[in-house]
Design a protein around this ligand. Sequence first.
Ligand code: NAD
Length: 343
Amino acid sequence: LPTRTKVKVTAMPGDGIGPEVMKATQTVLAAAGAQVEWEEALAGAEAFRRGISTGAPQETLDSIARNGVALKGPLETPVGHGEKSANVALRKTFEMYGNVRPVRELPGIRTPFSGRGIDFVVVRENVEDVYAGIEHMQTPGVAQCLKIITEVGCERIVRLAAAVAEAEGRKKVTVATKANIMKLTEGMLKRVGEAVLKDHPSLAHEHMIVDNCAHQMVIRPEQFDVTVMTNMNGDILSDLAAGLVGGLGVAPSANLGDEAAMFEAVHGSAPQIAGKGIANPTALLLSALMMLRHIGDFATARRIEHALYVTLEEGRDLTGDIARDGEGVPTAQYVDRIIANLG
Ligand code: NAD
């Protein structure tokens, strides 16, 4: 049921175009009457400038811990201010082990794959694998990086993939790994996948070697329903998948864990266009719709989604990156058009 009392959500506008797309998204949600109360929090470049080595101050972490839900703009990875990425710090602090990226054709967004009925979800493990960042020079001229894969990590990511499939009424889970070469690490996801998915008899289960999966995503993307992968494979293939349906400006994501969920666009801070008022807010808006569904406000999410789809289909007042005639309008004008289409 739609929530009647406001749900508190931590909002991190972030860097570059972040504040612009965050404001646009909040404006649309407010116009649709979403029952959300924003708690604004700092993360990213300004936090690094203030000497916070993780890029996320304690007040921000406290806010996310309290609310359990966050919407985040892109954060610049520091060059010369500390070592870490604030994104990785946030995901790790709250053990947000699942990265969920829907890949769905959008009306009016023309791509070489338009009309194929692409509609699948990439579930990427988010905290293990080579992203643990454990690497060193073994001897001069020989670098080594550790690939950490745990049974617990594999089990929870496959369970999440199955839960996503069941919640969305999907039929099949494809576990994509490089188990033929890395029999222990990648092989663990394959084995755990087989064991866990036995508990979900309503879901068809297949294993696919990940390089073939990349090939299949381009050749016949409509065959996929829910895919699950280790961190680096999922990172690469989810970006490939975003490219199939219109690219970074329209690609949303969710970072899910047991303690908190953080929703964000796939794109970065786009410094070249920051401050010009021309950024496309669609990816963050679609991420906010995932967030509304996460907090149970399905009706508002559906209403905004409909207005957005009508706007894209009409093809008037779109930002430059998706405008059909190449003549983009300012972010604010696109937002006004979406709001007008709320009906
Ligand atoms: P980017 O996604 O910022 O930009 C890539 C290209 O896409 C650029 O041409 C940009 O102008 C365009 N673009 C991206 N989002 C757009 C939007 N909403 N509307 C219109 N055009 C858009 O990638 P990058 O240049 O590699 O990274 C810039 C910074 O962002 C780096 O500091 C990087 O570390 C950071 N980054 C952060 C995240 C995150 O916070 N999750 C993700 C990726 C990159």
